[in-house]
Ligand binder design. Sequence first.
Ligand SMILES: [Zn+2]
Length: 299
Amino acid sequence: MKRTIVLKAEENLRKRHQKLNENLEKNLTLLRSDDAFQDLNFKLKKLMIENAKSEAYGEKADKKSEKTLREKLEKYLAEKNIDLSISYACPKCKDALYIDGKMCACLKKEISNLLLSESNFGELFSFEEARKTAPKEYQKLYDKMKEWCHGDFKKNLIFISGEVGVGKTYLTKAIASELIENGRIVKLVTAFQMSRDFKKYRFEYDEEILDKYVTCEFLFIDDLGTETIYKGITVELLFHVINERKMKKLCTIITSNLTLSEISDRYDERIFSRIVDRSTSIAINLSGKDLRLNSTTAH
Ligand SMILES: [Zn+2]
């Protein structure tokens, strides 16, 4: 994961949080020059510290005065119609963005959105939206794929084939959207872009170029078969990416107009065998009218 993307996502969310609490900031500024408030607040803080000390030494704390002061302060704020409570965009992490050192779903979602805007995929839509235009033969498959998005990802390579216009993109976008909603980090790329990146990597040896293909949680490769094949580069690096991801148990979703046998002709046996490996792959063939799940499909 590119550090710059994570930083950008963090910054976006912090800004959003700030905006959400602009009113709070305004109120706090106002109260800074409010002597009556400052006086009450100072007394309360002082008493709270004294009480904490007393409790630490096992002495009796003046909790009653503390309560009275607190109520006075609350009443004062209520009369002035000032709300000092903090709003959180994400109640889960209280906008800390990390929980126990791990990224919260809100941060992952923002990262995916940034990655999405880097790709040429345009807007995503949910399964529910995709369903509206899909033939009714697809509904079962949609259910299955939605289920997959919430599963254990033992099947970590999904190959969706079919001719132009059978709904591959719809299905892909619905899967990506569902995963993002679940706080997964998703990277979408066209095979065309990918092949260009591979070529760039071969000439520049910039590890970061290849890194994003090998490390992101979910990689979507759209339209495999439409890219330019650079001799000694495209097929080799495609195998490297697919293989590395399989070993790391990261999920790869590939769409293609090519059939499985055309894949084996265009690329090589090793790529083909990774795709048809029943234990870790699902191959789906969309044919528009009669939806056939390929025999390698897991049920
Ligand atoms: Zn969060």
